[in-house]
Design a protein around this ligand. Structure first.
Ligand code: ZN
Length: 415
């Protein structure tokens, strides 16, 4: 079940591996330490023995330990936000910058954007990769960039009206904020927005629907991370069946985050990316900590690029019950299939006589049939996730809310 790799020319993967081993001080040392002889990696099975790289490893070689080309070939650096300690600095050659622009322009085309569009770019400009990536792709495509950057809602709305922006590039939370302001001020008839290119955070269907309803626009999920160029390494098309990714630039694998084993297509796990063309900072089997799956069939749009599913969470959010990995996105999906529930839930994990027990608390509307709700949820978990759970109904508003991310999982198993 390694069809994704079959579609990638193994030679390009091998080239990337040899390139990294030869030129990147980071990989040279890593492969030596782990006793990896790249000349012996002759097949896709062999490739699965190549060790992963992680953000943690990249921190250790701050500032420029990833640089695999001479200084004179580096034209730019970006950095990912360092939540603790040093950030990760990613250098780019002229070709890397060019390639990123090509990928980003491809994203825009995939979303139906043309030269006649006007893109209001609200992600930030600076050391991190967001704004400048949106800008480069826009110029490559030949559309009009409005590089306004984040914040200053007054100015955003004025520009949106005066310049008749047709595309909003934003994070989901900022798009929602602008959508609410547009509604509050009754500006919908004065603006000309048609599409939203939304990236950088995981966002649920509820939020998606609110943004698209209030602004009356079609939304596209753009994917990417600073360590791998930045945003623009994939996006959904007008069919919205998943996120197309550029398999001429990357090799994607999905692994079990616990065991590190490559999972068959269709199964959810952690996305691992190998760059095929990146010169200044190649990455081999880089663990993204993003949870998704490779969709095992082609998109109905018939484009050649393969699909991954929407990002359903981060590995840190994953829970393991009775040997089954469960992700918050799967629980939210199960809840959204059942009528009469709020979006709030709580998971209680216990160990009773050596066996895991998972209880899901959900908020049920007064008029809903509670027995019916419980039966539906148990069935969804059994059939979709493959696990038997217990379900408990509480009144709407009974589960705690918090301004920050609510704590939803209470694991009492190992105490
Ligand atoms: Zn498609």
């Amino acid at each position: 079940m390694l069809k994704a790799l079959d579609s990638v020319d193994f030679a390009s993967l091998q080239y990337s591996l040899e390139y990294a081993a030869k030129n990147s001080p980071f990989y040279r040392e890593k492969f030596m330490k782990d006793n990896i002889n790249v000349d012996k990696i002759r097949s896709k099975e062999d490739f699965q023995n190549v060790p992963f790289s992680d953000k943690h490893d990249l921190h250790k070689v701050y500032p420029l330990g990833l640089q695999a080309v001479p200084d004179e070939d580096v034209v730019r650096v970006h950095s990912s936000s360092g939540t603790t300690g040093n950030p990760v600095i990613i250098p780019y050659t002229k070709e890397d910058v060019e390639d990123w622009g090509i990928m980003f322009a491809r994203c825009y085309e995939m979303a139906g954007i043309t030269k006649r569009d006007r893109l209001q770019i609200t992600p930030g400009y600076g050391l991190w990769t967001a704004g400048i990536g949106f800008q480069a792709g826009c110029e490559k495509l030949g559309a009009m960039a409005i590089p306004i950057g984040p914040g200053n809602t007054e100015k955003q709305l004025k520009i949106m009206v005066d310049l008749q922006s047709t595309v909003l590039c934003a994070t989901s939370s900022y798009a929602l904020l602008l959508a609410e302001e547009v509604k509050k001020r009754g500006l919908r008839d004065k603006i000309n927005l048609q599409r939203g290119i939304i990236g950088s955070e995981r966002w649920g269907d509820l939020m998606r629907k609110r943004i698209s309803d209030e602004l009356e626009i079609e939304l596209f999920d753009i994917y990417g991370l600073t360590e791998i160029y930045g945003p623009g390494i994939g996006i959904d098309c007008e069919k919205h069946e998943g996120i197309h990714y550029w398999d001429d630039f990357f090799y994607f694998e999905v692994i079990d985050p616990d065991s590190g084993k490559v999972l068959p297509e269709g199964e959810f796990g952690e996305l691992v990316i190998t760059t095929l063309k990146k010169a200044a900072a190649p990455l081999i089997r880089y663990r993204t900590h993003d949870l998704t799956r490779i969709i095992p069939h082609k998109c109905s749009c018939k484009r050649p690029y393969p699909l991954i599913d929407r990002i359903i969470g981060r590995t840190d959010d994953m829970i393991k019950v009775k040997g089954v990995n469960i992700y918050p996105g799967q629980i939210e999906d199960a809840l959204s299939r059942t009528k009469g529930l709020s979006s709030e839930y709580q998971v209680i994990l216990e160990n009773i006589d050596g066996k895991d027990k998972m209880t899901l608390k959900v908020e049920v509307q007064d008029r809903a049939d509670k027995d019916q709700v419980i039966a539906e949820i148990l069935h969804t978990f059994k059939s979709k996730i493959g696990i038997r759970i217990f379900c408990q109904c509480v009144e709407i508003g009974e589960l705690p809310r918090s301004e920050k991310k609510s704590k939803r999982v209470y694991d009492h198993r190992y105490k």
